[in-house]
Design a protein. Structure first.
Length: 239
């Protein structure tokens, strides 16, 4: 019997390696693909780093339908692809993800802030940015080993690549997808960490709008659930 292909999308400042513990837990039951998204890791120099280009990259990974999962930025990309090419996606898993910023003024403000941060990343370098990003409240109270691994992954990134991804794949430039959620035609698993109040609330709102959605809150986990609880994420992916 052919194994189901599952494509796993990392978050901003990560690479496909962030999925290694989850893939190890999934074992040989699935053909798991965890590519580096444009602006990150081995794809740091691929430009433009925008939604249409990344969607094209993903669709070229494997023929036929595949399961798709994404964390944070990767979750937003996954949702956009499920709406752009529904015939290619068999099921969708979104971890700590959002359909974007609905309010126009808030979205404009976020775009300006992202552009300023992108300029700062290139001006000050990766070490200064990594220290700043690691201190965000979103990542507060991460287990020390998880925080250290995430920080090490950030230090390996290209400042220019991250700047390009921030400007091309951030929520400031993303078309909000809230109104399109009722048209998502595949089963959706929503995963949020118990300690991640912001994205847990977003997942609850999404669950009300999606036609076929199941919400799972992972006990004790924060925003980066696939880093903090890879076994739990693997179990939910395998259901």
């Amino acid at each position: 019997m052919a194994r189901e292909t599952i494509v796993l999308l990392h978050g901003f400042t990560q690479t496909g390696r962030s999925w290694e513990p989850t893939i190890a837990t999934l074992g040989e039951r699935y053909r798991a693909l965890a590519p580096d998204i444009r602006g990150h890791g081995s794809a740091a120099q691929l430009l433009p780093a925008d939604f249409p280009s990344v969607q094209s990259d993903l669709l070229s990974l494997t023929p036929g339908p595949f399961a798709l999962a994404g964390y944070s930025m990767g979750g937003r990309i996954a949702l956009s692809l499920a709406l752009a090419a529904p015939e290619r996606i068999s099921r969708l898993t979104l971890i700590g993800a959002s359909p974007g910023i609905a309010d126009l003024e808030e979205r404009r403000a976020r775009r300006v802030a992202d552009e300023a941060l992108a300029e700062r990343i290139e001006r000050e370098g990766i070490e200064a940015f990594a220290a700043c990003w690691s201190s965000l409240p979103l990542f507060a109270d991460q287990p020390p080993d998880v925080a250290a691994a995430a920080h090490a992954m950030r230090l390996q990134q290209s400042p220019a690549g991250l700047a390009a991804a921030l400007c091309g794949l951030g929520t400031g430039v993303m078309e909000p997808l809230w109104e399109r959620l009722p048209s998502v035609a595949v089963p959706v698993t929503l995963i949020a960490g118990e300690r991640d109040a912001k994205f847990r609330a977003i997942a609850e709102r999404m669950a009300e709008l999606l036609p076929d959605a199941t919400l799972h809150v992972v006990p004790g986990a924060g925003h980066a659930v696939q880093l903090e609880a890879p076994e739990a994420v693997a179990e939910l992916l395998a259901r």
